[in-house]
Design a protein around this ligand. Structure first.
Ligand code: ADP
Length: 259
């Protein structure tokens, strides 16, 4: 079983409010279809759908004021909308995609998944469906609610369901020595060893040049899957053909995360 996580930077245009990257979504749907039937779970991020609302209503921090309740609902609702676009594209490509709302079966405690019936996902897989989940506004036992990232969800699904591989599709070729969007000389790291990275302050600093901590947070989450021996690969899902090749097991420019 494999997990394909498609980042918010892939399925949406991150700098335009509530704008899906329809072209990328359709292309990726056909790339998945072309790779042939398989046990696959797809998780996507929020990008310009979930993030602006989550930020406006401070959903990740948890409950502090009644006005957030509508914000919680709207954050979830906008993700349902984006998920609808992704699922429809997959259906159009002939994939038996089935939407599963994370907030309906996952509870976090201080932002970490503590209570979830993952058999919902494995049963769908057993029926040859392709479950499609997403980063979501979820209920939290300590904070009343929070944001569950697609990255945490993808890594956790991988460990719970015994995935052999998780592919993180982002808008860059993988992890670089510095943010490649800011530093021209940044070099792609083809193998990133978690144990070595912890001792290498230089890479740690380079990774956090992203103000949102996007890539570092992703590595931390993905690391949980790599730690237990699951293959973790970061690839550029905006480059046509890369996700298809990765699914087929062909060599692509990427970063392999190792323990
Ligand atoms: P997602 O698509 O899951 O939302 P993010 O936008 O959170 O992904 O993270 C991907 C971004 O991380 C890239 O677009 C890149 O600008 C940024 N980034 C920061 N540091 C690095 C780095 N060292 N290597 C690669 N990308 C980095």
């Amino acid at each position: 079983m494999e997990i394909l996580k498609l980042g918010g930077s892939v399925v949406t245009k991150k700098d335009l409010p509530k704008t899906p990257n329809t072209e990328a979504i359709k292309r990726l749907a056909s790339e998945v279809a072309l790779a042939g039937p398989r046990r696959l779970v797809i998780v996507h991020g929020g990008g310009s759908y979930g993030h602006p609302l989550a930020k406006e209503y401070d959903i990740a921090a948890g409950y502090s004021s009644p006005r957030q309740l509508a914000g919680f609902s709207m954050t979830h609702q906008t993700m349902v909308e984006l998920n609808g676009i992704v699922v429809e594209a997959l259906l159009d490509a002939g994939i038996p995609a089935v939407s599963i709302a994370p907030s309906s079966f996952i509870v976090t405690e201080d932002r970490r998944i503590v209570d979830a019936d993952f058999s919902i996902v494995s049963r769908a897989l057993d029926s040859n469906m392709v479950p499609v989940l997403y980063g979501d506004a979820v209920l939290d036992s300590a904070r009343k609610f929070t944001i569950l990232s697609g990255d945490q969800l993808a890594a956790r699904l991988a460990t719970e369901l015994g995935a052999t591989r998780v592919i993180f599709g982002v808008d860059v070729d993988g992890v670089f020595t510095a943010n490649p969007k800011l530093v021209k000389e940044a070099k792609l790291i083809e193998e990133l060893s978690l144990s070595k990275m912890r001792g290498m302050v230089r890479i740690g600093e380079a990774l956090s040049t992203d103000v949102t901590g996007g890539m570092l947070g992703k590595i931390n989450e993905a690391g949980a899957a790599a730690e237990v021996g699951i293959e973790v690969q970061l690839v550029n899902a905006l480059k046509p053909g890369v996700v298809n090749a990765a699914l087929r097991g062909d060599k692509v420019p990427c970063t392999w995360l190792r323990r």
